[in-house]
Design a protein around this ligand. Structure first.
Ligand code: BGC
Length: 456
């Protein structure tokens, strides 16, 4: 894929940019995954009530929603690069504050800061990639950030396992400072995106950056497209203009997918897999954690498959296949729990259907959501509109995470997974009817389509 940025000097930038994608996503995955293991020790050290434990987990999600809320506007104004750089520093600060926390409230402050970093990284990493990648490889390149998220989650499970022996939760949380620092330093050498520069009247710099990114490749066609695109644009709009018909349809798609990505239940598995496995009969903690790592590996591998397919099969095909598969696995899971824990088959049904569910999420809804929200909005509104989708994603992540255990009390396990299955069917219909195909089209062509649809 190194050819994606063409030319030999272009390759150098390619690796740097992939590195940034890896770090932004890695931090997102690591910092969301790490708390599940760390919590086991934090709750003893600080004698936390169940409510306070919930707060320690949820506060990062609150931070993430806040980060996503401000990242769009800030990055439209100050540039993608500057905001990602500052985010790297926030990750370092937050990780250190949490790791060195003398008491609960300082710990919560640290996790809140880390959460803000996660929220910003979750949207600016794919946005940065989408705005620097050439059209025909954009799907694969943007999906690298999802791959990094899944690797981050897996690494966090492994780090938790290693430090669990000594109960060293401070190390678990503190290690996030290292990739944060590299992210900040990395952004010092990476350029601002050509599209943001062009959008701010800095066409000459945009041309220089494009030339550097594409190496020897011909950039005239891309520059002309950028210019045409800009002629259609006005000044930076306010939030009120979210109702502009050109933004409305992509906004419904972006926010709809954001909500469906969460309400179909992925993070009940990512955050609570050991609990689910224990309930299914893998009673020892170590077997449950091992099974969880297995799920983490499936998540990474299937994201790799998605990256191979996304620019060939297209976004819609992956989304629809993924959603159909997730639905079937959720039904199996519900059925497994309905048969009851008395059956020895349950453990295996659970393991296979959970792995299948995560695998199908990883080839569809996981990468395609973050990719589409970097693609479908017009340039002048991209940062803000992506922000709106990302806030919804984090808000519903919070909602699902805090209600999961209550849902189980209320509906039982079979009922809970059935609810997620029904919501998955809803996501399938939503995708079928509303989600556009963006494979192989430049961001400017996608935008031109929107203008055509809005006036017709
Ligand atoms: C989602 C996260 C989820 C992760 C799992 C991401 O696309 O936004 O909420 O934890 O995928 O791989």
């Amino acid at each position: 894929m190194a050819g994606a940025y063409a030319g030999s000097r272009g390759n150098m930038h390619f690796y740097l940019i992939v590195g940034i994608a890896a770090l932004g996503g890695l931090l997102f995955g690591y910092d969301t995954g790490v708390i599940s293991g760390a919590l086991l020790f934090i709750r003893t050290d600080f004698a936390l009530s169940p409510f306070m434990q919930g707060l320690v987990v949820a506060i990062a999600l609150v931070g993430a929603a806040t980060g996503a809320a401000v990242a769009g506007g800030l990055s439209d104004r100050f540039g993608r690069r500057t905001v990602i750089l500052v985010t790297g520093i926030i990750f370092v600060l937050g990780s250190l504050v949490a790791a060195l926390a003398p008491d609960l409230w300082v710990l919560i402050l640290g996790r809140l800061l880390v959460g803000v970093g996660i929220g910003v990284a979750s949207m600016l990493t794919p946005l940065y990639l989408a705005e620097t990648a050439p059209a025909k490889h954009r799907g694969a390149l943007v999906s690298l950030s999802q791959l990094a998220i899944t690797i981050g989650i897996l690494v966090s499970y492994l780090v938790d396992t290693i430090f669990a022996q000594g109960g060293q939760w401070r190390w678990m949380l503190g290690l996030g400072a290292v990739p944060g620092l590299i992210l900040a330093l990395g952004m010092l050498v990476l350029p601002e995106t050509p599209r943001w520069l062009a959008g701010h009247g800095r066409l000459e710099e945009a041309g220089q950056v494009l030339r550097r990114l594409r190496g020897t490749a011909d950039i005239e066609a891309e520059l002309t497209e950028l210019r045409t695109d800009l002629r259609r644009e006005g000044k930076l709009p306010g939030w009120g203009e979210l109702l502009d018909p050109i933004v409305r349809r992509p906004l419904i798609v972006g926010i709809g997918l954001a909500i469906f990505q969460q309400v179909t239940g992925i993070n009940t598995v990512i955050y609570f897999a050991p609990t689910i496995f224990q309930a299914a009969g893998f009673s020892s903690a170590s077997t449950a954690i091992l099974a969880t790592s297995g799920v983490g590996v499936v998540n990474v591998l299937m994201t790799l498959v998605a990256i191979q397919l996304i620019d060939r099969a297209g976004r819609r095909a992956l989304l629809l296949t993924g959603l159909a598969g997730m639905g079937v696995c959720l039904l199996l899971l519900a059925l497994g729990f309905l048969i009851g824990s008395s059956s020895p088959a349950l453990g295996w049904i659970t393991a296979v259907s959970l792995a299948g569910y995560v695998g199908f999420f990883a080839i569809g809804l996981g990468p395609v959501f973050w990719l589409l929200i970097a693609e479908i909005f017009p340039l002048y509104f991209r940062g803000r509109a992506m922000g709106a989708a990302a806030i919804s994603n984090w808000g519903f992540n919070l909602l699902v995470s805090v209600t999961f255990l209550n849902m189980i009390e209320l509906f039982g396990r079979p009922g809970t997974f059935l609810v997620y299955a029904v919501l998955t069917a809803g996501a399938f219909v939503f995708t079928w009817v509303l989600v556009p195909e963006t494979k192989g089209r430049s961001l400017e062509q996608i935008e031109a389509d929107l203008h055509r649809q809005a006036v017709s």
